[in-house]
Ligand binder design. Structure first.
Ligand code: FES
Length: 169
């Protein structure tokens, strides 16, 4: 397998706390069956899986980088580029599709100036689609972080997130 295709920079080690990852991974040494858990732990710590962190995992598990990347890329919930502070997921499952998910998705994309799958340049928002999240009765469903949003329009949803952010400062 060739390059992973992720847009990493040479100095990514300056962007994340490499020592915390090293300490975390020491707990996995000798536990080959725990590879996926290690990937989850690292992503939970960093928000994504930088190439350098996957190289460290490969070293700890005595595997090749290609093997580690191959396992990580098999699962849809691993990410190889940084994501925004606020993750907005629009459900495009059948019930949500029928009840206007596409309009909401297009509205959010327009509001944020990004396409689904992209992150805003200020790293505030990532817009994603997701299949049924199990709340079809509430369709169309938009999930912000871990919560189903109560806002019904893209503009209000973005405003409420920004207001919540301002309230934290
Ligand atoms: S289809 Fe969207 S929650 Fe089920």
């Amino acid at each position: 397998m060739g390059e992973c295709g992720c847009k990493q920079t040479q100095d990514q080690s300056e962007v994340f706390d490499i020592d915390s990852v090293r300490i975390l991974l020491e707990g996995y040494r000798g536990k080959e069956e725990e590879l996926v858990h290690a990937l989850q732990d690292v992503q939970h710590t960093l928000g994504y899986l930088p190439k350098e962190a996957m190289e460290m995992i490969a070293d700890v598990f005595n595997l090749s980088f290609s093997h580690v990347y191959g396992v990580a890329s098999f699962y849809a919930h691993f990410y190889f580029v940084p994501r925004g502070k606020n993750i907005i997921k629009v459900c495009t499952g059948t019930a949500c599709h029928v009840r206007g998910a596409k309009t909401i998705l297009d509205g959010l994309a327009g509001e944020l100036g990004i396409e689904p799958g992209q992150t805003s340049s200020d790293m505030e928002f990532t817009l994603e689609t997701v299949s049924c999240v199990g709340c079809c009765a509430l369709a169309p469903v938009v999930v912000v972080g871990e919560e189903v949003s109560k806002e019904r329009t893209p503009k209000r949803l973005i405003s409420s997130i920004r207001e919540a952010e301002d309230g934290k400062e």
